[in-house]
Design a protein around this ligand. Structure first.
Ligand SMILES: CC(C)(COP(=O)(O)OP(=O)(O)OC[C@H]1O[C@@H](n2cnc3c(N)ncnc32)[C@H](O)[C@@H]1OP(=O)(O)O)[C@@H](O)C(=O)NCCC(=O)NCCS
Length: 294
C-alpha cells in the first residue's frame, strides 16, 4: 500500500482548473504573449480579485509592484546572469513567488499543476509529473534541469546560478537548500560557479544543505540538518556536519546513472570577470581546536 493515497476533488473544480491551466500553458507557449502583462493580470486576479486596470486606478502603488518590469530580483545583480534567458523567465518567477502567497497556492489540487506549467516554461529541462509545493525559490530558474517524477517540498531554495541537475525521482524535503555558487573566503567578490548534481532517487531530507559542486550519487539519502560539502557515493545514508556516509542501503544490484566515483564533474566557472582565476583565493589554514579550562 503506498504511503500517499490518491484523492480527487469535485468534477466542477477539476474541469475549471484544467481549462484554466490549458489556456495558461497555451499563452506561455505562444512567443507573442507579453509575459509581464500576463503576470500582473493574474496576480491582480489571484491576490486582489481585480483586473490589473482596476487595481491600477484604485491602488497604483500596489499595482506597480505586481508588474515585473518594476521589480528587481537578486539574480539581476549577479555578474554571470544571462540577461536574455532571464528576461524570458523573470515574469514567470515573479508570478510564481507571489502566487505562492495566495489561497489558490495552498490548494495542492491547483497549485502543483500551476507550478508544473511554470516549471516547464522556466527550467532548462523539466521532465514529466514534477510536483512542487508552496514557497520554493530559485536564483535564476533557467539553470535547473529536472528529470521525471521529481518532488520539491515546502520552502526549498534552489540556487541554480551555476546549474543544478535533479535526476529522475529526486525528492527534496521541506526547508532544504541546494547551492551552485561559492565565494572565496579572502575575496567575497571572487565567486565560483559549480554545477551541483543530485542523482536518481536521491532524498535530500528536511533542512539539509547541499553546497555548490557536490555530486550526490543515485539512491542515496542525505539525513536531516546535514551539510553536504563533498561528493556522496551511491546507496548510502550520509549525515552530519559535514555529511559523511554512515550507513549503506542493502539492496540487490540496480542500474546507476550518477556514481560520484566515476562521474565527470562539469568544469567550475568564474562568476566574476575581475577574478579570471576563480577559486584560487582560498589560502586559509586549519586552527588547532582551543580547549578552555577554568
Ligand atoms: C538519515 C535518516 C533517514 C537515518 O535513518 P536510519 O538509517 O533509520 O538511522 P537511525 O534513526 O537508526 O539512526 C542511526 C544513528 O544515526 C544518528 N542519526 C540519524 N540521523 C541523523 C542526522 N540527520 N544527523 C545526525 N545523526 C543522525 C542516530 O542518532 C543514530 O545514532 P546512534 O547510532 O548513535 O544511536 C533519518 O535520520 C533522517 O534524517 N530522516 C529524515 C526523515 C526523512 O526520511 N525524510 C524524507 C522525507 S521525503
Amino acid at each position: 500500500m503506498p504511503w500517499l493515497e490518491n484523492r480527487s476533488i469535485s468534477a466542477t473544480a477539476t474541469t475549471a482548473f484544467d481549462a484554466f491551466l490549458h489556456d495558461f500553458n497555451a499563452k506561455l507557449s505562444d512567443a507573442s504573449t507579453n509575459r509581464a502583462e500576463l503576470c500582473r493580470e493574474l496576480l491582480a486576479e489571484f491576490l486582489y480579485a481585480s483586473s490589473y486596470a482596476d487595481l491600477e486606478a484604485r491602488l497604483p502603488l500596489v499595482a506597480l509592484n505586481l508588474d515585473p518590469n518594476n521589480v528587481l530580483l537578486e539574480a539581476e545583480h549577479y555578474q554571470p546572469l544571462d540577461h536574455t534567458k532571464f528576461a524570458r523567465v523573470k515574469p514567470l518567477l515573479w508570478l510564481w513567488y507571489n502566487f505562492d502567497t495566495s489561497p489558490a497556492a495552498q490548494n495542492l489540487a491547483f497549485g502543483i499543476a500551476f507550478r508544473r506549467v511554470l516549471a516547464q516554461h522556466i527550467f532548462a529541462h523539466c521532465g514529466q509529473n514534477i510536483k512542487i509545493f508552496p514557497g520554493v525559490q530559485f536564483s535564476v530558474g533557467y539553470n535547473v534541469s529536472a528529470g521525471d517524477d521529481v518532488v520539491i517540498h515546502r520552502n526549498v531554495l534552489i540556487d541554480d546560478i551555476g546549474g543544478v541537475t535533479l535526476h529522475n525521482h529526486v525528492s527534496i524535503s521541506d526547508y532544504a537548500n541546494i547551492y551552485s555558487h561559492t565565494h572565496s573566503p579572502l575575496e567575497p567578490n571572487d565567486v565560483t560557479l559549480k554545477h551541483t548534481t543530485i542523482g536518481a532517487g536521491v532524498r535530500i531530507t528536511y533542512h539539509a544543505t547541499v553546497l555548490a559542486g557536490s555530486t550526490i550519487s543515485d539512491d542515496s539519502i542525505v539525513g536531516t540538518m546535514s551539510i553536504v560539502t563533498k561528493d556522496i557515493e551511491p546507496h548510502v545514508i550520509a549525515y552530519g556536519i559535514p555529511a559523511k556516509p554512515m550507513r549503506e542501503k542493502l539492496r540487490p544490484p540496480m542500474p546507476i546513472v550518477v556514481d560520484s566515483r566515476v562521474f565527470v564533474h562539469p568544469e567550475d566557472r568564474q562568476g566574476n570577470p575581475d577574478y579570471p582565476t576563480a577559486g584560487t583565493n582560498n589560502a586559509t589554514k586549519a586552527l588547532k581546536t582551543l580547549s578552555i579550562s577554568r
